[in-house]
Design a protein around this ligand. Structure first.
Ligand SMILES: CCCCCC/C=C/C(=O)SCCNC(=O)CCNC(=O)[C@H](O)C(C)(C)COP(=O)(O)OP(=O)(O)OC[C@H]1O[C@@H](n2cnc3c(N)ncnc32)[C@H](O)[C@@H]1OP(=O)(O)O
Length: 364
């Protein structure tokens, strides 16, 4: 990757540090000393340590390497570090977290594709053959991706789906993996996981945007009430069939939906399982804007790239001002919903619905 014309950002620098840890081949002492020296210069500036004694061979070699950089500015040292790491291919190639171009792709996700480009971190559900159903691994990976996005240098974070669905919601096979403590333990573990998962959305510090590329079901719909904007293709539908599944609302929707769309409209969705078209969801305030599917990606990403050029601190502070008032309430609602669901998961109504789906007797 040719980065000579670019200035390495803090994020590039952090990526390079991670890549060094993933090197398959030892790059040798000379390179390691150079990396050490550039790292120290980039983070602390010119060498400020007393010179080690002549018999302290390792620390003296390190000191010499750092001291040799003289007054090289921190920014230049950061760039040189990134360049040096990227020159360590091909040993790095197989473990690189950085793709060619400026689009940085994070590795280490099985169920997501996470990229960061143009001030936007995109978290894409990536189980298209399963309609992006959220299995236990995906719950954990989404939380990990959100935590990383909250700290990276992006301005906004986007969730979207790969393939024809946005997401078909909770993977119903999650309920088949019963631990030694039995179904009670399973229900308890699931409630703990759900509470932590939804908590990450409540606390997310940057604008969170959903790019709803296709149908959305269950928890992938309810969470939208915690997003800051929701853009939908006109192919998208919004469906929360909780009663059909013997379950009850989650994702804070018992609180956010009545506020967003009026109590009666929320009842139609959350209790009676009415499926909304994108246009209906927009008219009810759940969706911000609907686009024709043929131009959806182009129009939405153009808009998001413009948003991502806004001053980062103002954007972040404004999100905090808006969320602050509701945060405590949302956490309380989340906890209550999870408690209620824990009981629902042990009910015959829920067990039968899951068994029916898994034995292919019923679909939504
Ligand atoms: C820690 C736990 C937290 C729980 C939180 C509570 C969350 C609640 C919810 O999200 S409730 C909503 C649950 N979702 C559903 O009930 C959807 C079930 N799926 C369907 O009804 C259909 O699959 C469909 C309408 C989404 C799509 O139908 P169709 O277009 O005909 O495709 P297929 O059914 O053939 O699906 C392809 C493939 O994907 C599998 N799959 C799809 N969705 C799910 C799912 N939610 N869970 C598990 N598996 C799903 C489907 O079985 C097919 O697999 P196969 O090819 O047969 O191996």
């Amino acid at each position: 990757m040719n980065r000579t014309a670019m200035r390495a950002s803090q994020k590039d620098f952090e990526n390079s540090m991670n890549q060094v840890k993933l090197l398959k081949k030892d790059p040798g002492n000379e390179v390691k000393l150079k990396l050490y020296a550039l790292y120290k210069q980039a983070t602390e500036g010119p060498c400020n340590m007393p010179k080690p004694g002549v018999f302290d061979l390792i620390n003296k070699a390190k000191w010499d390497a750092w001291n040799a950089l003289g007054s090289l500015p921190k920014e230049a040292a950061r760039q040189n570090y990134v360049d040096l790491v990227s020159s360590l291919s091909p040993s790095l190639e197989s473990s690189s977290q950085v793709e060619p171009g400026t689009d940085r792709k994070s590795t280490g996700f099985e169920t997501l594709v996470v990229t960061s480009e143009d001030g936007i971190t995109k978290i894409m559900f990536n189980r298209p053959k399963k309609k992006n159903a959220i299995n236990t691994e995906m719950y954990h990976e989404i939380m990990r991706a959100l935590k990383a996005a909250s700290k990276d240098d992006s301005i906004i974070t986007v969730l979207t789906g790969n393939g024809d669905y946005y997401s078909s919601g909770n993977d119903l096979t999650n309920f088949t993996d019963i631990p030694p403590g039995g179904v009670e333990e399973k229900a308890e573990n699931s409630a703990v996981l759900l509470r932590e998962f939804v908590g990450c959305f409540i606390d997310f510090p940057k604008p969170l945007i959903a790019v709803v590329n296709g149908p959305a079901v269950g928890i992938s719909v309810t969470l939208l009430g915690l997003f800051d904007a929701v853009y939908a293709s006109d192919r998208a539908t919004f469906h929360t069939p909780f009663s059909h599944l013997g379950q009850s609302p989650e994702g804070c929707s018992s609180y956010t939906f009545p506020k967003i769309m009026s109590p009666a409209k929320a009842t139609e969705m959350l209790i009676f399982g009415k499926k909304l078209t994108a246009g209906e969801a927009c008219a009810q305030g759940l969706v911000t804007e609907v686009f024709p599917d043929s131009t959806f990606q182009k129009e939405v990403w153009t808009r998001l790239k413009a948003f991502a050029k806004l001053p980062p601190n103002a954007v972040r502070i404004s999100k905090e001002v808006i969320r602050k008032r509701e945060r405590e309430k949302l956490h309380t609602v989340n906890a209550e919903e999870c408690n209620v669901l824990q009981g629902r998961w042990l009910s015959d109504e829920c067990t039968n619905a899951v068994v029916n789906f898994l034995s292919r007797k019923s679909k939504l």
